[in-house]
Design a binder for this molecule. Sequence first.
Ligand code: PEP
Ligand code: MN
Length: 298
Amino acid sequence: MSIAGNVGLGDLPRICPLISRRVQPSENPEETRVVAVGSVRFGGIRPVVIAGPCAVEGYEQTLAVARAVKAAGAEMLRGGAFKPRTSPHDFQGLGVEGLRILREASRETGLPVVTEVMDTRLVETVSEYAEMLQIGSRNMQNYPLLIEAGKSGKPVLLKRGMAASLCEWLGAAEYIAKEGNLDIVLCERGIKAYPSGEYSRNVLDLNVIPAVKEETFLPVIVDPSHATGVASMVESASCAAIEYGCHGLIIEVACDHPGAVKPKCDAAQAINPATLEKIVDFIDARMERSVLRKAHAV
Ligand code: PEP
Ligand code: MN
């Protein structure tokens, strides 16, 4: 029996020929496409750490977090100016004012910015302020938005839909690629599966990292913050994801100095700057080990 609409990995050459390793012979079978965002390189030797607040809530908060994540070793700044919230009564983000704050924090720290765009009508505006556009989990299959993001020419961080198969996720990336934009970084952010919501927000699908690398040359990073929803799990999830071979992490951070204000959004999963530094130290140590091993081999 065949089921209408049912697709498997064998269908990927048809679904996403532009990003499929099986179809694009020019790409080295082992190699990842390097996606440049300013001076940052996704898919290079070193995993990239993006960090920042869940939401831009104000100038002071954003600048304090930006400075702290820079000091901890992050290479890029995250932060939502437009927030997809479950309730329309919850804080929706500061909008364009949030974009201005992000740009200011970027200017102060030198960190390039990635921020979410949720609306086709705002792609141009967000592109003026951010170095990289984020398409969130809830919008992974918003095809008009993917097309506009593709047309923008900006690098795109494409989060996996919360119940998306690998075929659906790569199909979404193909929409961006079809507009002539191959600067796409995929991001696993946890899926809804048993037992989501019991002791963690989502289930972190680490197995998808090697699967992505097998099927496409696009880099893949991990969001341990939304995958776990629990600050105490973020460090372990980050290190595990690095061991699994991902090309980077995107992590939510909140300052914990005396007088720091508790975030309005996703406070339970925000780690402090000291924990972020431990994650960066883990990456540094792993890189050093590999350099030393290679030096001994020659
Ligand atoms: C985010 O990164 O701010 C976010 C809302 O994540 P996701 O789309 O993965 O839920
Ligand atoms: Mn968040």
